[in-house]
Design a protein around this ligand. Structure first.
Ligand code: NAD
Ligand code: DAU
Length: 350
């Protein structure tokens, strides 16, 4: 079986490819535009494998997509390519519209055309798996969880673009019968995450002895899931999920941002003591993110009961190991942080 993975050089995509390369015999085709967020180092060791193919390109490029389908004849697509950072979407929504909406519709269109020409057996087993986010559901008050039935209520340009892409994926199922799956996951953490996101950014700021920006009062809550647990959920859904269905994936680990940042500071004090003082002294409460969603929390009963998936990595352990990884990969962390100071242009790497 050949799986086409879009955005495979990103944080979650690279963890997914590593997992599939290690645990299956599938051939993997990774289509990635190599934007600022891509990380080629994470997949370098697969470059010599005959089961791994990398193609640099944009999911909006129809001709390229057609050629990839013709050449590799995938039996599944796992679609992760996206602009993924909320703050960037607030800065400029257009790249989010282009990649997350137009790119997804382009991929759906070419996939549908390809799927339409398969024989009955191949048609039956083909899957288009769209990897989405819990942010499409909007924000929660003090009580409750997002279930698969929660109405969509996206509130940032990023989540609006992901919600739109989910709707298009559903539309291709209902209108044309394309066999789709959608997963909506909570906040991921782990190795290889681009240091614009809260956890790697906090580690980076500690190492640079710079102030750690906490938005508002730091009371917003996220439901954290280790990326390795996420990719196991993704492969379970691809293998055994019901066509046309969506599955929520969550970590059972709701934490206030300020508590996450303080935990990182505490662990950093032990692992890599600051020359003078405590890393907590670097915390700085800054202007809040506009439209900042108060709380995300995911009810993952459906995937747990149907597919026996559960999160396994306990947050405090996962964070400690994640910090170890960044400390062992400081060079990677610092070189990627350069793209932060370059501003929010979406430029591809050479
Ligand atoms: P990321 O930003 O780390 O990686 C995105 C990848 O997509 C990069 O390698 C980039 O080069 C590639 N890409 C961007 N635009 C492209 C285009 N036009 N054509 C081809 N490739 C392109 O993102 P991530 O955190 O790994 O997220 C992956 C997916 O999972 C996204 O769809 C995101 O919405 C979703 N998601 C992320 C999280 C999270 O916490 N990070 C949680 C739930 C869902
Ligand atoms: O819920 C899933 C989503 O999680 C994914 O779909 C997104 O791709 C991913 O980026 C993430 O979105 P968030 O906005 O929740 O992640 P981020 O790491 O940007 O922020 C986490 C929380 O920390 C959020 O409440 C904002 C806050 N924050 C973030 C940054 C970058 C700060 O307080 N300071 C910061 O500097």
């Amino acid at each position: 079986m050949t799986i086409l993975i879009t955005g495979g050089s990103g944080f979650i995509g690279s963890a997914l490819i590593n997992h599939l390369m290690h645990t299956t015999k599938e051939t993997i085709v990774n289509l990635d535009a190599l934007t600022y967020a891509a990380n080629q180092q994470a997949l370098k060791h697969h470059e010599s494998s005959s089961r791994y193919h990398f193609i640099k390109g944009d999911i909006q490029d129809k001709n390229l997509l057609r050629n990839i389908f013709t050449q590799f004849k995938p039996s599944a697509i796992m679609h992760l390519a996206a602009e993924s950072h909320v703050d960037r979407s607030i800065e400029s929504a257009i790249p989010f519209l282009q990649t997350n909406v137009v790119g997804t519709v382009m991929l759906l269109t070419v996939a549908l055309n390809y799927w339409g020409k398969l024989n009955a057996l191949e048609k039956e087993s083909f899957r288009f798996h769209h990897v989405s986010t819990d942010e499409v559901y909007g924000t929660l008050g003090e009580e409750g969880l997002f279930s698969e039935e929660t109405p969509y209520d996206p509130r940032s340009p990023y989540s609006a673009s992901k919600a739109a892409s989910d709707h298009f994926v559903n539309a291709f199922y209902h209108t044309y019968g394309l066999p789709i799956l959608i997963t909506n996951c909570s906040n991921n953490y782990g190795p290889n995450q681009f240091p614009e996101k809260l956890i790697p950014l906090t580690i980076l700021k500690c190492l640079k002895n710079e102030s750690i920006p906490v938005y508002g009062k730091g009371e917003n809550i996220r439901d954290w899931l280790h990326v390795e647990d996420h990719v196991k959920g993704l492969t379970s859904v691809l293998k055994s999920g019901q066509v046309g269905e969506k599955y929520n994936i969550g970590g059972d680990s709701q934490r206030r941002n300020i508590d996450v940042v303080k935990l990182i500071c505490k662990l950093m004090n032990d692992k890599c003591p600051r020359n003078a003082g405590n890393y907590e002294d670097l915390i700085q409460f800054v202007k809040d993110r506009p439209g900042h969603d108060a709380r995300y929390a995911v009810d993952h009963q459906k995937i747990t009961s149907e597919l026996k998936w559960n999160p396994h990595i306990i947050f405090d352990d996962g964070i400690s190991k994640t910090i170890d990884w960044y400390l062992e990969n400081k060079e990677w962390l610092f070189s990627n942080s350069k793209a932060l100071s370059d501003g929010y242009q979406v430029e591809t790497k050479k």
